[in-house]
Design a protein around this ligand. Structure first.
Ligand code: NAD
Length: 291
């Protein structure tokens, strides 16, 4: 049966490819001018298979863009003190422009302490309270990668976000909250829903822009989508057959939305792209070259 699809696809893979090609050229020019490429240090603690896949993809992304990556793979038994020591070294290393600690870290390590130990100027994940604060007071610097990638996808629609009703489902530190700040900065009227929100449907139904980031497969029903809305699905879930899906019922939602991100191929490719973008931006700041 042929699926009736009205929505236009917001193709994150295509946008990421375009941005990465431009970044590759940018990195070559910076390397010729300054004698070195931007450098990203990636720290992973423990054996979580999904985290190792994410780290591998980040390394491949760096290689393709011409960014130097420095890998630090630490055993699960690593102490918090040891990790803090390594972060301090990397904060002071002149060849390292970005420092990233892959989350989650083992339970005996306090991720809040770790993230705050990263030099805000090297915080290419954009998770440090300083960088979140910069976004809060409308002076964005290093911006959280996934929400920043969502904003790049929204730009692709060409729509002016001023005065639009934006509803975010999910309020985590790494996605929902910085996403709310991004949309507020863009002039939207922002509602943030979370696990204690009552009547989620009534909020979703009002959304001109919907960002689904609850991490609950199929939470957002297609019939809830406002006709003509733009739907950004951040959720990633693996079905029993190995395929990926998101928080939104894509088949039904795409009959009502004007624009929608697929899963996979929507937000996912943009997250690493914005990490590479932030690493180049941090490099420029370190050498005092305008962004
Ligand atoms: P999280 O678990 O830290 O946060 C989930 C948020 O959703 C919380 O604020 C919670 O209150 C809210 N929530 C949970 N159930 C809800 C419900 N029924 N109604 C309303 N709100 C509800 O998750 P996270 O790290 O923000 O990630 C969210 C999803 O996005 C996950 O599926 C994750 O895999 C995915 N993710 C994707 C990317 C990407 O690059 N595409 C990046 C980060 C996260």
């Amino acid at each position: 049966m042929t699926q009736t699809t009205n929505a236009r696809i917001l193709d994150g893979k295509a946008l990421a490819d375009r941005m990465r090609t431009a970044m590759h050229d940018d990195v070559q020019a910076l390397k010729n001018k300054h004698g070195r490429a931007p450098g990203l240090a990636v720290i992973i603690v423990g054996d979580d298979p999904a985290s190792h896949v994410y780290v591998k993809n980040k390394k491949i992304g760096c290689e393709k863009a011409g960014i130097t990556s420095f890998s630090h793979e630490l055993p699960a038994s690593t102490t918090q003190q040891h990790l803090l020591g390594l972060i301090s070294e990397l904060n002071h290393d002149p060849l390292v422009d970005g420092v990233l600690v892959q989350l989650p870290v083992p339970d005996h390590i306090d991720s809040k302490v770790i993230l705050q130990a990263i030099d805000p100027g090297k915080d290419v994940d954009g998770f440090h309270p300083y960088n979140i604060g910069c976004l809060t007071v409308r002076q964005p610097s290093l911006r959280s990668c996934t929400p920043f990638g969502c904003m790049k996808l929204l730009e692709e629609t060409g729509a002016d976000l001023h005065g639009k009703e934006a509803v975010i489902v999910g309020a985590s530190n790494i996605v929902g909250r910085p996403m709310a700040l991004e949309l507020l900065l863009a002039g939207a009227t922002v509602t943030v829903c979370h696990r204690f929100t009552q009547d989620l449907k009534s909020h979703v139904e009002r959304a001109d822009i919907l960002v689904a980031a609850a991490g609950k497969q199929g939470l957002i029903q297609g019939a809830w989508i406002k006709p003509g809305a733009t739907v950004i699905d951040v959720g990633i879930h693996r079905r029993a057959d190995g395929t990926l899906t998101g928080d939104v019922d894509f088949a039904e939602a795409s009959k009502r939305a004007a624009w929608i991100t697929p899963v996979p191929g929507g937000v996912g490719p943009m997250t690493i792209t914005m990490l590479l973008y932030n690493t180049i931006l941090a490099f420029r700041k370190h050498i005092g070259e305008p962004a």
